[in-house]
Design a protein around this ligand. Structure first.
Ligand SMILES: C[S@@+](CC[C@H](N)C(=O)[O-])C[C@H]1O[C@@H](n2cnc3c(N)ncnc32)[C@H](O)[C@@H]1O
Length: 454
């Protein structure tokens, strides 16, 4: 049968809508959540209406923003009937700042709702998950971020906005508080501003990166041009006052340590988990919620149970967050990571912790060439993979070649995780355990850990 090209209807832009082609406002009931915890709301337009900020069961007056034939994205005008689960947001920047959008739900309710949507997705796509579900890994809902990057936006020599992006905008919210940061980092972010405003060459500064390390805090100011000597002295005075390890890093990667914290001792940035020390550079990926990371690594070891006879493959290994705890318990561990600096860092971290049974490879795991199998591809006993949001579709092709008895999949995107798990189930693996990790409380981000066995 001939197929005819049918143009799809474009999303109506806000501009278009405000020009008179807007769908009528309506009152609707929030019926259930989607994967990003937006509510799906009943509506008279015959579309699936997604509305953020609404709890299941609530009735609200909704303004349609954009729509296609089937889907409508709406905005709350007024909540008519509130859920008893709704709580007052704690942060004064709620609604403007792009972060922490779920703070109208208590932490335990956020966890329950995230679990519910993931369970429903897995049951729908993968079949029964009876007996598989495990308790969630959680942390305090505030003060959990041990690393953060804040923007500095100058609109004149003496006008500085310091904070995070506004929701759906490039503008920066000028923060007076940020309860999501570890308290020591919040203190630096808030107290450095008056010093920055005193600088004569302050407009050279574009960002501040903050790290709450095992034994001290580090601030890295990103600069486009060298700061004047007088400004460097002002920053040194600030860093000495707060005892912060302070670095200015320039666009060409040169950097000056303006104040050396005594605990820094010329070392790199570092964190510890499972009695392993991990050094990293500011550009490397690290897990930002230490409490969840500590539990996540322990649970990975408990579920995968590496033994002294096992060869384990750790894909998307970063600087070795799972590789090195695995190496402490296994015969051999192979770590594979795409960013070559992180591969170097992983090798360095293995040495730093006297682990001699680690091999580390750089590879792009989003491609798999059947004709040129990579050097890291060899038979193994167990596989751990912790991909980025795209998941690990290409890696699925390697599974029949390496034949792991067990696979531990850690995910930050349920959609790609379920897509990949379907392939593993079709290859005769069975789901044994699954649960969520609430790595980012007060946000809709969802992480999960799943164990499969042949
Ligand atoms: C979610 S992080 C996990 C890192 C590490 N397992 C940890 O816990 O810190 C995902 C890692 O995958 C790496 N990565 C992303 N895409 C990749 C690709 N196509 N090939 C190889 N590595 C990739 C990233 O650089 C990052 O280090």
């Amino acid at each position: 049968m001939a197929k005819f090209f049918k143009p799809t209807k474009q999303l109506k832009s806000r501009k278009h809508a405000s020009a008179g082609k807007q769908l009528a406002q309506f009152s609707g009931v929030a019926e259930k959540y989607d994967l990003s915890l937006k509510s799906i709301v009943s509506n008279p337009h015959g579309k699936v209406a997604f509305v953020p900020g609404l709890l299941t069961g609530e009735t609200a007056k909704i303004k349609p923003l954009t729509y296609t034939d089937k889907v409508l994205q709406g905005q709350i005008i007024e909540i008519i009937e509130e859920s008893e689960k709704r709580i007052a947001p704690e942060c004064e920047h709620f609604g403007t700042c792009g972060g922490c959008q779920l703070q109208y739900l208590a932490n335990e309710d956020q966890v329950t709702e995230k679990e519910n949507v993931l369970k429903q997705l897995m049951e729908k796509q993968l079949g029964s998950i009876e007996g598989v579900w495990q308790p969630a890994i959680t942390s305090e809902s505030w003060g959990y971020r041990r690393a953060a990057r804040l923007a500095l936006w100058w609109t004149g020599k003496k006008k500085l906005t310091l904070g995070f992006r506004e929701s759906k905008s490039k503008h920066i919210v000028d923060i007076n508080s940020c309860a999501i940061l570890a308290p020591a980092l919040e203190k630096i972010a808030l107290t450095i501003k008056p010093t920055l405003l005193e600088l004569e060459t302050g407009q050279n500064l574009t960002h501040i990166q903050l790290f709450d390390l095992d034994d001290y805090q580090c601030a890295i100011l990103r600069a486009t041009e060298v700061l004047s000597l007088a400004d460097q002295q002002r920053l040194i005075d600030f860093a000495v006052g707060l005892n912060v390890h302070l670095i200015v890093e320039y666009s060409d990667s040169r950097y000056d340590v303006l104040h050396q914290h005594t605990a820094a001792n010329g070392e790199q940035l570092h964190y510890s988990t499972d009695n392993v020390k991990f050094e990293f550079s500011p550009k490397d990926f690290i897990q930002v919620n230490q409490a969840v990371n500590d539990q996540m690594v322990q649970q990975a070891m408990d579920w995968l149970k590496p033994t002294a006879n096992d060869t384990v493959l750790d894909l998307f290994s970063g600087v070795g967050n799972f590789t090195l705890p695995l190496a402490k318990r296994s015969k051999q561990v192979i770590g594979v990571e795409g960013v070559s600096n992180m591969v170097k860092q992983l090798k360095h971290n293995a040495q730093l912790n006297d682990l001699t049974n680690v091999e580390a490879y750089q590879a792009d795991l989003s491609v798999f060439d059947e004709k040129r199998p990579p050097t890291w591809l060899k038979p193994i006993d167990k596989l751990l993979l912790d991909p980025a949001r795209d998941g690990a579709l290409a890696v699925m092709q390697t599974i029949p070649k390496i034949k792991p008895k067990q696979i531990l999949y850690i995910s930050c995107n349920p959609t790609t995780m379920v897509r990949d798990l379907k392939i593993l189930l079709a290859a005769d693996y069975q789901l044994k355990k699954a649960g969520i990790l609430n790595m980012f409380p007060n946000t809709a981000h969802m992480e999960a850990m799943v164990l499969l066995e042949k």
